[in-house]
Ligand binder design. Structure first.
Ligand code: SF4
Length: 251
């Protein structure tokens, strides 16, 4: 049977920066940002509208982005990241597959991930709501950053069952769960989320990520510490980590 050609991708951004969130905070990554999402959170700041061009940082760390017409070939992306690796040996820890929600592009990822994982290990950033799409791809990811989307922040109903199904699969990788919290986050949401996580694995890290408003932490330190104490009644691994890349002013 003839081999199918590798599909091209509509990408939003390809750049080199530090991971600003979660358990790999501070690690240098190559970011591939895919367009589109299956949710519509109130606080979403991801621009999806125009995917006719991809912004590509040709010099890693320069912050200068070239507009390249979509769709993009896999070979082009591999050549760019290999160029970064050659220019800065050892600097890049992994490739972050991010969005939007990357898992809505299941067919593309099934074709691309086997090749990308030969370049650098893979890290997935996901909203944690597409377990059926994750299942066939789970073996490619070394790390998974998974959200539990809390109604108080997103404005959409939290699908606890779907998050549970997702974590059952995601925990095969080195996985953590991120909760974006604000002043209006009620204790019951924190307790439900903590229970969900701990029943899947008592050591799975829970990251309380304060909502970012105008590049500032949008919740008082006092509230954050109180929330950490609530989650710590259930979990032995709860940390407060803001979106550090926003303060550093990096991509
Ligand atoms: S899941 Fe993420 S990308 Fe999707 S709408 Fe919510 S914040 Fe935006």
């Amino acid at each position: 049977m003839p081999m199918l050609p590798t599909p091209k991708a509509d990408l939003l951004e390809v750049f080199s920066s530090i991971q600003g969130e979660g358990i790999l905070v501070g690690c240098r990554q190559a970011f591939l940002r895919l367009p589109g999402c299956n949710l519509k959170c109130d606080y979403c700041d991801t621009q999806f509208a125009n995917a006719s061009n991809c912004k590509i940082e040709t010099m890693p760390g320069s912050g200068k982005l070239d507009l390249v017409p979509n769709p993009i070939e896999l070979e082009q992306i591999i050549a760019i990241i290999n160029g970064w690796k050659a220019a800065m040996p050892g600097a890049h820890h992994s490739i972050s597959i991010t969005g939007g929600e990357p898992l809505i592009h299941g067919d593309l990822l099934a074709a691309w991930l086997p090749e990308l994982t030969k370049v650098l290990p893979l890290y997935l950033e996901t909203n944690g709501t597409l377990p059926d799409e994750l299942l066939p791809l789970i073996d490619f990811f070394d790390w998974i950053s998974m959200d539990i989307k809390l109604h108080s922040q997103t404005g959409i109903r939290t699908d606890w069952d779907t998050h549970r199904q997702f974590l059952q699969i995601a925990k095969q990788a080195d996985c953590y769960v991120k909760l974006v919290v604000g002043e209006q986050t009620p204790d019951i949401e924190l307790q439900l989320a903590a229970d969900l996580v701990v029943t899947q694995g008592e050591d799975i890290p829970i990251i309380l990520q304060p909502v970012t408003i105008d590049d500032q932490v949008g919740i008082s330190t006092r509230s954050l510490l109180r929330m950490q104490a609530i989650v710590a009644e259930v979990s032995n691994n709860v940390r407060i980590i803001p979106q550090t890349h926003r303060y550093l002013g990096v991509l």
